[in-house]
Design a protein around this ligand. Structure first.
Ligand code: GLN
Length: 547
C-alpha cells in the first residue's frame, strides 16, 4: 500500500508547489521507489478544458483523454510517469459527482453535506490505485485559508487519521520574504500560515520555504520552534536558473532525506542521481544559441504554451544548444508583412489553438517558412494552417479554409481542406459527435496510434513507423485533398491506422517542414527529449550555422 505525501501551500500563491512536488517525485524515484503524482484543485470548473489559457495556462492532455491542469505536465516531465484522468480532480468535478449520485438516489434520501459526502468523494479519489505505487504525492491547489480549499484540507485530515500511523506525511510550502532594509528573512508569514493549517487539524512534517538565499541557522531554528517541525525538516527552496535543477537542489537541501525520515524509512536507500546530473550538465554546457519564433495567440502568457517551451528546452539539451524563444503575435501579420518579423529566426513553430483570431497570420508564417527554407514545426492548428497554406499557394486552391473559421460563408464558396470530424475510431470502438455538442468534452482527445510512411522524414526522426501521440482537436485535414497536395510536394507521411485521418504532413525537399495533428510536446522529458523537438532544434542549429 502506498505512503501518502500531501503538499499544501501558504502565504502566497505561485511558489512552485507543483515543481517541488514533481522534484520530490523524481528524488524518490532516484532512490528506487515508484511514485504517482496527483493534483486536487479547489476551483469549480469541472476540468480546465474550457478555461482560458490566459487564466489558467495550457491544458495538459493525458493518454486516457483527460484535460487537466498544467501541473500534471510538470509531474510527467520530472518522473516520466504518464499522468491519467484519475490524477487530477477539481471541486467542480467532486460536486458534480456528488450531485449525480444524489440524483440517482445513491445516498438513499440522506441529507447531502460537505462532511461526509464531499469529503468522502475526495478521499475515494485519493485512494484510486493506491496499491500500485510506493508513494502517492497529492498536491492541493491554492493556498491554505482559501474558502474553496477547505473540503480538501478536511478530507486529507480525515484520510490521514484513517490510515495507520506513519503512512501520511504533510509538506507545506511557504515564502520567507527578505526585508532589504534590515537584511533579514522574515519567518512570521510562515508561522501564521502553519497556524492556519493547524487550526484545521493539519500539522506539517516538512516545511519548504521559498527564499532568495540560504536560510540562516537562527531563522531555521525559529521556524522549527514556532511551527513544530524538526530543524532538518526546514528545507530552503532558492531561486534556480532552470527548473530542471530542482531535483538536485532539493536533494542538496535534504528534502528527500527529510521525507524518508518523516516516514521512518531507515536506512534510506542511496539515491542514483545520474539522470539529473546529466540533465543539469546539458543545460549549463551548451555550444551556441538558436532562435525560435513561436507564432501564436496567447503570446503574453508563457504558461499558455508551457509544454512547448519545455519541449524546446529539451530539444536544446539534446543538441547542447541554448534555445531562445521569442513569442510573436500572429495577428501582426494581418496588417504587416511577415518577413521583417521572422527573418532573424532559425526556426518557426506554430502551436495549437482555437478560434479564428490570428489564423491568417499563422498561415503567412507557414508560407514564409516554406518558401525561405526555414525549419517549421506546426502543431495541431499549426499543421492545419500549413495545409491550408499549401492548398492555397502550392495547389491553387485559393479559397481553401478550415470549416472552423468559415462562419457564415456559403459552403459552396470555399474549399474545406480542414473539416469538422463527426465520427472516428478509438481502439475498436466508433466515437460519434454532433456538430452542436456542448463545448466541453467533444474533441478527439488522448492517445491515438499513427502509422508513418516508410523512408519519410518523420519515420527517420522517430526511428520507427508506429507511434502513439496525444490529441486535442475537433477538426481534421481532409484526406480527399491528399493526392492533389502530394503531387505538389506536401507529403502525408503519417496517417491514422485506418488510413482516414492525416496525422503528419511534410514538405518534400524542404530542410525541415513538418506539421503534426497531435501534441508531441506533451510527451517530451528533459531526460528523454521528444524526437520531433530534438530534430527540430537540430535543424534550427544547422540553419543557424548557415546564416
Ligand atoms: N482548433 C483546431 C481544432 O479543433 C486545432 C486545435 C488545436 O490546435 N489543439 O481542430
Amino acid at each position: 500500500m502506498a505512503r501518502f505525501i500531501f503538499i499544501t501551500g501558504g502565504v502566497v500563491s505561485s511558489l512552485g508547489k507543483g515543481l517541488a512536488s514533481a522534484a520530490l517525485g523524481a528524488l524518490l524515484q532516484a532512490r528506487g521507489f515508484t511514485v504517482r503524482l496527483r493534483k486536487l484543485d479547489p476551483y469549480l470548473n469541472v476540468d480546465p478544458g474550457t478555461m482560458s489559457p490566459y487564466e489558467h495556462g495550457e491544458v495538459f492532455v493525458t493518454d486516457d483523454g483527460a484535460e487537466t491542469d498544467l501541473d500534471l505536465g510538470h509531474y510527467e516531465r520530472f518522473t516520466g510517469v504518464a499522468a491519467r484522468a484519475t490524477d487530477s480532480i477539481s471541486s467542480g468535478r467532486v460536486y458534480s459527482n456528488v450531485l449525480e449520485k444524489e440524483r440517482r438516489g445513491d445516498y438513499l434520501g440522506k441529507t447531502i453535506q460537505v462532511i461526509p459526502h464531499v469529503t468522502d468523494e475526495i478521499k475515494d479519489f485519493i485512494r484510486i490505485g493506491e496499491d500500485e505505487v510506493d508513494f502517492m504525492l497529492c498536491e492541493i491547489g491554492g493556498t491554505v485559508g482559501d474558502i474553496e480549499g477547505l473540503p480538501f484540507f478536511e478530507a486529507i485530515r480525515q484520510f490521514s487519521q484513517e490510515k495507520p500511523r506513519g503512512q501520511c506525511v504533510f509538506m507545506h510550502l511557504t515564502l520567507l520574504p527578505y526585508i532589504k532594509a534590515s537584511g533579514e528573512l522574515k519567518t512570521k508569514p510562515t508561522q501564521h500560515s502553519v497556524k492556519e493549517l493547524r487550526s484545521i487539524g493539519l500539522a506539517p512534517d516538512i516545511l519548504v520555504c521559498r527564499s532568495e538565499g540560504p536560510i540562516p541557522d537562527k531563522e531555521r531554528e525559529k521556524l522549527a520552534l514556532f511551527c513544530n517541525v524538526r530543524p532538518e525538516s526546514v528545507v530552503a527552496a532558492q531561486d534556480l536558473k532552470s527548473i530542471y535543477e530542482a531535483p538536485l537542489a532539493y536533494h542538496r537541501e535534504g528534502l528527500d532525506q527529510a521525507v524518508l525520515d518523516a516516514f521512518g524509512i531507515s536506512p534510506a536507500p542511496r539515491p542514483n542521481l545520474a539522470r539529473w546530473e546529466d540533465v543539469v550538465d546539458r543545460i549549463h554546457n551548451t555550444d551556441g544559441e538558436v532562435r525560435v519564433a513561436i507564432v501564436g495567440k496567447y503570446t503574453q502568457l508563457e504558461d499558455a504554451y508551457k509544454s512547448i517551451a519545455e519541449a524546446l528546452t529539451h530539444g536544446g539539451m539534446a543538441n547542447r544548444v541554448k534555445v531562445r524563444v521569442d513569442w510573436v503575435d500572429a495577428e501582426i501579420f494581418d496588417r504587416e508583412d511577415a518577413a521583417p518579423h521572422l527573418e532573424r529566426f532559425n526556426a518557426i513553430l506554430v502551436p495549437g489553438g482555437f478560434g479564428e483570431r490570428g489564423t491568417e497570420g499563422k498561415i503567412k508564417a507557414a508560407q514564409f517558412a516554406r518558401e525561405k527554407g526555414i525549419p517549421y514545426l506546426g502543431i495541431c492548428l499549426g499543421m492545419q494552417m500549413a495545409v491550408i497554406e499549401a492548398a492555397r499557394n502550392m495547389a491553387d486552391l485559393s479559397n481553401a479554409r478550415s470549416e472552423e473559421f468559415a462562419g457564415d460563408i456559403d459552403p459552396r464558396d470555399f474549399t474545406p481542406v480542414v473539416y469538422h470530424l463527426k465520427e472516428w475510431i478509438k481502439g475498436n470502438a466508433k466515437v460519434t459527435r454532433r456538430k452542436d455538442d456542448a463545448k466541453g468534452g467533444t474533441m478527439r482527445l488522448g492517445a491515438y496510434d499513427a502509422v508513418l510512411k516508410d523512408a519519410s522524414r518523420v519515420a527517420e526522426v522517430y526511428g520507427t513507423t508506429a507511434i502513439e501521440e496525444r490529441h486535442r482537436h475537433r477538426y481534421e485535414v481532409d484526406i480527399r485533398f491528399r493526392e492533389q497536395l502530394e503531387e505538389k510536394g506536401l507529403l502525408f507521411s503519417g496517417m491514422s491506422p485506418d488510413g482516414r485521418l492525416p496525422e503528419i504532413v511534410e514538405v518534400k525537399g524542404h530542410p525541415w517542414f513538418i506539421g503534426v495533428q497531435f501534441h508531441p510536446e506533451l510527451k517530451s522529458k528533459p531526460f528523454a527529449p521528444h524526437p520531433l523537438f530534438r530534430d527540430f532544434v537540430r535543424a534550427a542549429k544547422e540553419q543557424s550555422r548557415l546564416v
